[in-house]
Design a protein around this ligand. Sequence first.
Ligand code: ADP
Ligand code: ZN
Length: 725
Amino acid sequence: MANDSATGPIVEVLLPLALDGCYSYGVPDGMQLAPGDYVRVPLGPRQITGVVWGTGGQVPDGTKIRNVSARYDVPAMPELHRSFIDWLAAYYVEPPGQALRMSLRAPGALEEPRHRLAYRASGTVPDRVTPQRERVLEAAGEGLTLPARDLAEIAGVGVGVVRGLADQGALEAVPLPAFQPFRRPDPMADRVELSADQETAAAELRKAVSARRFSVTLLDGVTGSGKTEVYFEAMATALAAGRQVLLLLPEIALTGQFLARVEERFGVPPAEWHSDVRPRERERVWRAVTTGEARIVVGARSALFLPWHQLGLIVVDEEHEPAFKQDDGARYHARDMAVVYGSLGGFPVVLASATPSLESLVNVDRGRYQYLTLKSRHGRAELPEVDLIDLRNHTPTSGQWLSDPLAEAVDSTLQAGDQALLFLNRRGYAPLTLCRTCGHRLECPNCSTWLVEHRFRRQLMCHHCGHQDQVPEACPYCKAENTLVPCGPGVERLAEEAVQRFPDARITILSSDLQRGHILRATLADVASGQYNLIIGTQLVAKGHHFPGLTLAGVIDADLALETSDPRAGERTWQLMAQVAGRAGRGDKPGRALIQTFMPDHPLMQALQAGDRAAFLDHEKQIRQAAGLPPYGRLAGLIISGKDAAETESFTRFLARRAPATRDVHVLGPAPAPLHMVRGRYRWRLILKCARDGDLQPFLKSWLAGVKTRGSLRLAIDIDPYSFM
Ligand code: ADP
Ligand code: ZN
């Protein structure tokens, strides 16, 4: 090919691959390229899409460099967004291409959009008029311009009839825009009258947005206090100033109910970005964000990587949620990176939560974040009363999980015509199946975990690798028959007990493996409208849903989350408990929360009962400070995995010996990871710990420089880890 090898100017192109740095390409004659341009370039035998990261170079003498193949006709990726990608990659010690990949998640969006054709009557009369043709012309004559399929449907004919009329010139084709445009939101569309408390907070946020400077504000208020209405005001101010607004939520909080609320407030449907959005719609959103047409995007964490054009505000709702941390592929924490984006772009960020993270609260203590609080619930609804049920005195019968006081409370709630929620953060029927005769436990063949029985699907499942098996008739170890028994409860088993105890209840189970996407959205709507009156759920139900008829929240096992090695276990338990309790009493009637625990004297349980968040936080801060854990110190994890046990261990030990000697960063381990095997890979861990201002990244860089993983070995770096498994 004549044009394949370059001699003149070159550009540096970042490719969406885990490569070190950019690749150089020649610029073909007549092509103008600037930083941020999206281009197609050859890589080996393939063509791939990348972004121009640098210009100004010349082909060095005697080297052969291939040319850029094409430049896409879309607005360039703004400099701010490119700096964000560079910043993120440096912080998480990962290849920038890996970060870029997240901004190129709608590949078709770069292509010339496919126009669709629509038809309208031209006034020309066809040679032959059949009744069918007449109906089409009638439909098309009403001033409507419709795609052939729609027109045929309205006229009750086949598409062929429409095409025939078009061939004869009786219908004329008009190109429709490839994508339906996003309508402009109206900042004033449906404002509610704010309470005095809300107005004070809203005024502060409006001021922060109007200042067009970087700031972070933590909006703290119990569930139902009206935080959403308040940050809507901040969004309205940014929209009125012509800026784009990003509203980030955890994936499972992105319900139809919530999106409808945004639509109502601003008069138009917002752009959506989450795992349920279909490819074609993704392309529409991606293009509309990059041209600035889409003004409001409501999305899950990856929406941060849309190529923003004029972003003026990010709101992160449920900011404490660990779901904002992505742990597969590129690792990042969307809340933290939202703050980084705001600081690079010079605009405000609002973090909202009823149970803010300790990280954010300590940033308030340090004076880095502004703090706004909404104290009471909107209207009359009060926070529910929380009572502990001591499982040592109220032990449920063997094989059952509801204590008498909790069962009685559910019963009277249902009798009164209200809704009750039972919370158990365990999917499936039973977390463990064992043989009564020999004690053998059914384990995953690929992972060091127990198989979880899912009775509805009649299967044993591994929650780590997805391995599935039939429940065997005989114990695989001692071959005894009918000796396998389920141990412990999952939501399915709890539902079985509920059906027995409350035969008239209308029960639904909300668990991510049973309901997802639009089915889940539909069920949530049915819960809100009162079709179900007993809800059994995992943490899926703890999220910001608004169920006005729910007056009782029961927690089956509050000790569950405390039994892990996670340094945030206490905080997580507090957040989950407070959120589950917060589901109750959001309507006119007061709510009540009952918490079953074997540790009623634990400071956390005591603080929950007293509703004393300050006491809990003081306790938690002391623990973290004494141990140098976040937010008082920084952590990073190295996860080493491989198919061979001995090789994985020796590579980990070799790595540990190579760690640079410094007093600033402590290397803990090596130790086998708590989840020692996943998907047939052995896993080891090293944990790095340093002071809050410690230089983790340079330390890691010099440590790992020149380290190559061979064969099946993999090395993953996890900065600010949230998972310690
Ligand atoms: P939060 O986000 O703190 O959980 P919401 O903003 O969802 O609270 O408010 C809880 C409920 O109260 C919602 O149904 C909301 O529409 C309603 N609400 C909040 N503020 C007002 C207000 N000023 N006027 C009327 N309704 C309000
Ligand atoms: Zn497994």
